[in-house]
Design a protein around this ligand. Sequence first.
Ligand code: PRP
Ligand code: ZN
Ligand code: MG
Length: 226
Amino acid sequence: MTVNSNRLRIAIQKSGRLSQDSQALLTSCGLKINLREQRLIAHVENMDIDLLRVRDDDIPGLVMDGVCDLGFVGENVLEEVSLQRQMDNETYDYTVLARLDFGGCRLSIAVPQEEDYKSVKDLEGRTIATTYPRLLNRYLKQNGVNCRIVNLKGSVEVAPRAGLADAICDLVSTGATLEANGLKEVEVIYRSKAVLIQRRDLADEKQLKLIKKLMPRIQGVMQANE
Ligand code: PRP
Ligand code: ZN
Ligand code: MG
């Protein structure tokens, strides 16, 4: 299967919290998605659109680099990648087309349940494990607290029990993961939802027209869900 550059390319999470809802939204908008095989690229049969099914963490970069035209991604990941790219002097341009009605979660600091926690000052000198080092660092700086940050790509919630950290900073949705790991949420540092983003330099007339056709449908589906 080859990549046809005339087709609009939309990045969606391959598997995870946003996958089902992103796909369902596109299906409700009338896209017939051919998902029979576990392929990276899924063709839309009735429109000039291809879906790129990738890891959510890769989606902001793919759109910012113009590899994909649109992307469904959590604001948490988008903000973390933006901060990282700003620091590394890389491009971090994008346009938010819509804030969506799914993927709601918060990025929070959590500590062991038995801990006597009063305020953010209690974190001074402690070690915090996270997948979001830049968002966490920004928050700690704003609050004048110095911590050591341990960067983990997964299994963040087991870090305190494993003796890797005193606290964690991770996404909380229902709170079940924290509960299951004997942790309690003590600070909310970022509230997030899924958004649809577009690359800044998109200029292809046909593709822009397609987006213009798609957007009212997305708004319509969201209104119907209210
Ligand atoms: C997040 C987070 C926790 C879980 C919390 O993971 O890392 O594992 O959700 O949800 P809960 O409060 O409902 O238990 P996510 O699904 O975003 O996957 P990822 O960590 O692989 O990106
Ligand atoms: Zn992820
Ligand atoms: Mg997780």
